[in-house]
Each structure stands twice: as C-alpha cells, then as structure tokens.
Design a protein around this ligand. Structure first.
Ligand code: COA
Length: 174
C-alpha cells in the first residue's frame, strides 16, 4: 500500500472527522503533536478550528495522506510567516502518521510530499520545524534531509518533572 497524498483537501465533516480521529489516536499513542494523553476528539477540536481559520485566510496549507480505505492516515500543516522578513520559508506543524501505519516508510513519503509542496510555493526557500526531544524524532527528520540547527534545553514541559528539549530542524530547498 502507498498513501494517496492530497494538498488542500476539501474542508467538510469527512475531513474534520478524519483529522480529529487521527490526531486523537496519535496523541493517545504518545505522539508529540501538541497534546498529552488521554485526549478525545473534543479536546482537539478547538485547535482544528483555529487551523481552519488560518487555512481559510490562506496562511496555512494542509497536506493529508489517505490509506487504501480512504481514511486520513497522515497529515502535515505548512504555515506561511506573517513577518515581512521571514516570508521566504515556511513552518511545518503536526506531522503525523497513524500508529497502525508507522514504521513502514509512510512518514518519509509524507515528508517527500511536503518537500514537493514547499518547492511549488512561490519564493519558499526552506522548511523549518520544532520537535520534542527524547523521542528520536530528530533522527527521523535527519533521515528525510533536515538538519538540526538549534535546541532549547527543557523548553517543553510534557509533565511536571518531564522537560524536553525543543529542537529546531531545517530543510533548505535552494
Ligand atoms: C514521526 C513519524 C511521522 C514517522 O513516521 P513513520 O511512518 O513511523 O516513519 P518511517 O517508517 O517513514 O521512518 C523513516 C525513518 O525514520 C526512522 N524513524 C521513524 N520514527 C522514528 C523515531 N521516533 N525515532 C527514531 N527514528 C525514527 C525510521 O527508523 C526510518 O529510518 P530507516 O529508514 O533508517 O529505518 C510517526 O512515527 C508519527 O506520526 N509519530 C507520532 C507523531 C509525532 O510525534 N510526530 C512528530 C511531530 S514533530
């Protein structure tokens, strides 16, 4: 099986339910996508609504990957900068592959699709992201061509007594 990638899929109940189900399952499996388990789709819905607003304003693009059943199995959000001096690169957020599909190369396929999408954006020269330390994620991004360019020690408090580094990774497109 390969994932079928779609940039800017039509927004509606199918997309909302698919993304919320994925985000919930990834979070509850311990994924570093902004939440700490246990969570329900209702916990994540306000964040989805915020993303929808930004997308509607044209400041963020959504890339999804559907599996062979049509379910949303992977996502990545590409966000433009509003700062006038930083408009030549984009932020990458909420990179995730459903737990049942992890470890099969789909994450790498997802980041290849992100790179293609970013290269198609006018004037974009780099993709930047922040990831949580302690999970090996920097190795995953490095295997996709990203370089570690910064690390803020203990910037992410997952729980009292469990602080993680905030690692900045960069993919240069030029
Ligand atoms: C991170 C994630 C997107 C990777 O997707 P995936 O489909 O499991 O990754 P792939 O199978 O394509 O793996 C690609 C390479 O990265 C490595 N890799 C993947 N996840 C890794 C991890 N957590 N730690 C170290 N290496 C990892 C794989 O071993 C593989 O390397 P190899 O080809 O040398 O064997 C996925 O595990 C995920 O959704 N995790 C939960 C959400 C999350 O934490 N996202 C990160 C937000 S910053």
């Amino acid at each position: 099986m390969t994932l079928r990638f779609e940039l800017d899929p039509p927004v509606g109940p199918d997309l909302r339910d698919g993304v919320l189900a994925l985000w919930t399952d990834v979070s509850n499996a311990g994924g570093a996508v902004g939440f700490v388990p246990p969570v329900t789709p209702d916990d994540i819905r306000p964040e989805w609504l915020r993303q929808l607003t930004v997308m509607a304003e044209g400041r963020m693009r959504l890339l999804i990957g559907r599996d062979d059943t049509g379910a949303v199995a992977a996502t990545a959000f590409l966000a433009h900068n509003s700062h006038r001096l930083m408009r030549h690169w984009v932020w990458l957020y909420t990179v995730m592959v459903h737990p049942r599909h992890q470890g099969k190369g789909y994450g790498r396929d997802l980041l290849a699709a992100v790179e293609r999408a970013a290269r198609d954006l006018d004037g974009i020269e780099a993709v930047r992201l922040g990831c949580r330390g302690g999970l090996g994620l920097e190795q995953f991004y490095a295997s996709c061509g990203y370089k570690e360019v910064g690390r803020v020690p203990a910037a992410i408090r997952v729980a009292p007594g469990d602080d993680r580094d905030d690692i900045t990774m960069l993919l240069t497109l030029t």
